[in-house]
Structure formats: structure tokens, C-alpha cells
Design a protein around this ligand. Sequence first.
Ligand code: P53
Length: 476
Amino acid sequence: MSILRNDFLWGGAVAAHQLEGGWQEGGKGVSVADVMTKGAHGQPRQITDGVQPGYHYPNHHAIDFYHRYKEDVALFAELGINCFRTSIAWSRIFPKGDELEPNEEGLKFYDDLFAECQKNGIELAITLSHFEMPYHLVTEYGGWRNRKTIEFFLRFARVCFNRYKGIVKYWMTFNEINNQANYQEDFAPFTNSGLKYEPGEDREAIMYQAAHYELVASAKAVALCHQIDPDAKIGCMIAMVPIYPYSCSPDDMMAATTAMHRRYWFTDVHCKGHYPNYMNRYFERSKIDLDITKEDLMDLREGTVDYIGFSYYMSFVVNGKDKAPVYDYDEAQDLVKNPYVPASDWGWQIDPTGLRYSLNWFADRYDLPLFIVENGFGAVDEVDEEGKIHDQYRIDYLKAHLAAMKDAVNYDGVDVIGYTPWGFIDLVSAGTGEMKKRYGMIYVDLDDYLQGSGNRSKKDSFSWYQKVIESNGEQL
Ligand code: P53
């Protein structure tokens, strides 16, 4: 008997805008991902006013999955995965976002893709909004700062649930909804919620308002999904970056607690169906006055999620010196380096035990099934003279994280339903827009400017993961 469930979901995860390309094909509208240029480590992606000449927008073409998906799904089948996590590009289905009728050609693409997966025995885990709302909703409505966006999102969700009833078994509403806790930067509020700020605006209050509308939309989508397809499961999706105290000083411990509150209250609302007391107090104390109606509170209660999907890449550390008594957390300011763990070339701290810690943290707090829907190592890969990629560093990373996951199951009794490593086929990085920050087991021959053959080939990690799946995680 293996440690993991017999029906464990072994998969791979991607998001529409990071691999499809075909940004103007099949009637697709411009999405927020289409107006973001390439950045680099320490150099944020630029968000332009619409698509402008003279800029490089990597998501426009990405790895051309839109045309090559059949060849790619064949490779996924060879890898042996039984679950594929991707997203539906909202702007393929509702190009502007406020139409009344969906774009049939956009749906057709997902009909074909999903059929191809099913033919190969691959289950689908689909994110409705993965960093990708129609850009028109940003310019005309201000993105999620507008309550009307709830209605647009639900129209999109309803079309998807009806169309893919019996086909998609796992849904997620908003990818990494809690990334926008980092509201000081431009990236997260824009990708999460289509927020662009005017100088002098109260970024924090606007972010909380947008997040509230999204949480209501999510809860209503959960209820709708249950109604349309009672056999489907629908979860939230949280960017889990546990925040440790810098030391065992009580101040550091309290700072870590409040920092966790500020990043993970979203999970409380998704799973418990109401705002936690600490957030209500925080809103009062910070004079953040939100539009939250009685009906919203009821919707939140009636739309709690079936499982928690989460990404895990790294952990953070916070220093609580001089922060008593409120211990307010500022993600852009308060983080310190963890002296006990190494970091990737992009500064992401590598901490496999943090995954076990995170699984326990979720299990203790919510008692729901857990689905690791992203994990992986972004690194530069070298192709040798024989055209091979020996990515032992990636195997080491994944192996250590899987071992930590197994320990959580084996020793701590955590219920983990699946593992879908991120970007298992190389794709455009969300954070930097680079190709060279690669996560794949399948190599894609394209550079940062998407020059190259586009050919797919297997890295060493491909055959390693094949054996992991074959043995249901016994052989790491
Ligand atoms: P990239 C920040 C922190 C944790 C996860 O990220 C994050 C981010 C955003 O950069 O994003 C998730 O490509 C996200 C994916 C993304 C992946 O992690 O910046 O859900 O879309 O590609 C990896 O290296």
C-alpha cells in the first residue's frame, strides 16, 4: 500500500495566458496579460495603456499552445499525468467581458482541448480567472473596484459550468487571490483584480474593496457550480507563502501571526464563509470603510469551498522589532532573509519543510481536502552539445518537496488529493514575463523574445517524474 491515496491526482499546471498565445485568434479579446511587457528579476513588468507599438508583450505568442496543444497533450500522456490544471481565458469567452452572449469560437477551443485530454485519460482542474480578466473591464469599469464585475464574472462562470458539466471535475475560482495583499506593488493588484491606481489613491482600501467583490463572486460561483454540476468540486486558490518569525522573540512571533492574518484572511472567508474578527478590527482601526451588504454576507456563508487549492514555492520571514502593539504588516517593507535556507536565482527561498508546515497549517485551520496545484523551481536551463538538459537541480527541488508532502500525509495525517507541479511545460513567467525562468520537465526552444524553433523536448526531470507517477510517489 502506498502512502498516498490510490486516486491521487498526479498532474501538471499551467495558465492560459502563459502558454496559449493566439492572443487575437478565435475572436479573443485583449486581456490584462496582453498589456504587460517583459521584465526581469528586480525589474517589474511594465503595464502599458492598452497594446502599444514598440513594446514586447510575451503573452501574445507565448509557446503557441493554441496551435500545438495536440502534440503537447500527447507528451503529457507520455509523462503519465492523470490531471491537467489550466485556466479558461475569460477574454476568449467574453472578449470584452460585458457582452451578453459568449463567443462560440472561444468555447470551441476548450471543447477540443478538454476532449483531447479526456481521450488520454487526463482529468481537468480548471481555474476560472488566472491573472487574466478582459482588459475592457479595466478601462470601462475599473476592474474589480466595480461591483458590476461580479455580474460579468458570474455570466462567464455560468457558461463554463454549463458547457463543461461532467467534463471538468475540479474548478478553482480566482488564482492566488491573496497575492494582492502586496498592494504596494503594481503587479499583483493588476493581475489579480485589474486595478490601476491614480496617484494619491488609497491603494489599500481599493484592494480590500476589490478583494471583497471577488470573494462574493467566488462564493456565488461556488453555489452556482454546486447547482449546475453536483458531482464537480470547486475550490479556492491561495498563494501559500508561510511567514515565519525571525527569531523566538515574542515580538517576532506576534509579527508573524499578524502577517499571516494579512496574507491569509482570504482563505478564512473562502472556507468559513465569513470575515474573521481580526480583519473587522483591522478595517475599523485603519478607517477602511467597505461596501459590504447584508446580502453579500449571506452569499459568503452559502458559498464555502469544497477544497483548498494552493501554490507553494517558498517561505518568508518577518521581523517584529518595534512593531508592538498592533504588529501591522507591510509586505514590501518587513520581510527579512532567512539565514537557514538557500534561494533561487530569482531570490525565492527554497524551503521544502515549509510545504509540510503549510499543509499542517491549512489542515489544522480548515479541515478540508488540500490540493497542491503549483510547486516548482524556476531556473535557467542549459542545453548541452547533444541537445540534452540535465536539470538535476529541478529534480532535487521537486523530490524534496514531494518527500515533505509525503511526511505530512504519513506522519501528520493530512488529506492531500493531488499535486500538479507548475509550468511542467516551459512557459512565460507571470512575475517577470521571461522565458528563461523555466519550470518545465518539457523544454520549449524559445528565448525571452520568443525567438527559436518552438520545438518541445524532454529534460531529465521528465523521466524522473514518470517514475514518480508510476509508483504513486513511492519512488522519488
Ligand atoms: P513566476 C508570486 C509569488 C508566488 C506565486 O511564478 C506567484 C507569484 C507571481 O509571480 O505566481 C504563481 O512565473 C502563479 C503562476 C506563476 C507561478 O506562480 O513569476 O500562479 O501564474 O507563473 C510562478 O516565476
